[in-house]
Design a protein around this ligand. Sequence first.
Ligand SMILES: O=P(O)(O)OC[C@H]1O[C@H](O[C@H]2O[C@H](CO)[C@@H](O)[C@H](O)[C@H]2O)[C@H](O)[C@@H](O)[C@@H]1O
Length: 350
Amino acid sequence: MGLERLRAQEIETNSTEKEVIDENEERIAKMSSRDCRCDEPTRELQSNEDEVESSAEEAYAAWMVKHPSALIAFDRMMSIAKEKMVVVFLDYDGTLSPIVDDPDRAFMSDSMRSAVNKVAQYFPTCIISGRRRDKVYEFVKLTNVYYVGSHGMDIMAPLKPVDEIDSTLHEQAIKEKGNEGVLFQPAEEYLPMIEEVYSELKEKTKEIQGVLIENNKFCISVHFRRVDEEDWSLLENQVMDTMKNYPALLITRGRKVIEIRPSIKWDKGRALEYLLETLGFGNNDKTLPLYIGDDRTDEDAFKILQRRGQGYPIIVSSVPKDTEASYSLRDPSEVMSFLLHLFRWKKDSS
Ligand SMILES: O=P(O)(O)OC[C@H]1O[C@H](O[C@H]2O[C@H](CO)[C@@H](O)[C@H](O)[C@H]2O)[C@H](O)[C@@H](O)[C@@H]1O
């Protein structure tokens, strides 16, 4: 059973990992016994706060019927994986690191880094982020994973194959694409325009307290998490006003962020597909891609997996959300538990 495996794994994990696993285990045990708790007689004097919390929990539980926990369903999910190559795709913000106020301080914990590293020892692993690729590397600092930045528009697969498993196809890809590794930047021609818009936006919004414009190379993030709510519409108007002059760029929304990017038909989903095909993991019968992400842009990747009927799209969310994902994890700590689970599953079976 999944939880037993988590327990057995404690011997090999450090204390922070163990605390996270304990907490998740307790939470999952509660979820599993939720039906019993619903049958308990309602206490007469329940505070409003308790009521709000319990209705939120009920809504979440109802949502989870459609998007079951990937921790609880782990054994079932992996029952088809034995003869296949699992390929792991991970979003960064909100998936490997918690959401924080300052985007420059969205650090990954050492225990999460260790979990990703363990997984990457066994499976080709790729981090796909909206951020610029070098920034994600600065946070993650692992040399055994692939990095994709700018919402899929900046792909770099390293020269050194991830473990021996994918070496033949990977080497072939390197041979075809050149010595620098597999570099693919479908929006290269937009670079000067992105630089121009970045400078204009910085200038235009400089009077608004708390705004942060992040240059993500092929995309721009306009953060308003630290902007006073009463200034949100002013900021929005200024962004829209600037963007009127750039019809070749597209505006999308993320978590307290307005994102600007080239309006080409390319996104995290296309990048996922490109990597699967280019690196030789495209065959449905032989590979099982897992994609874990929390944001709207990750939905593009979820859709691709659904369309291909291949692998598992897993959403990270602690609230019910409209999603194409089949499974869910509540937060980055559950992501870490899932990754350790995956590592242990492979270690045990090899
Ligand atoms: O694709 P991702 O790796 O999830 O990147 C999406 C955006 O993430 C970052 O912004 C978000 O996280 C910040 C740090 O926790 C938070 O302050 C912000 O409000 C969130 O929107 C990143 O800064 C953006 O550039 C990425 O596009």
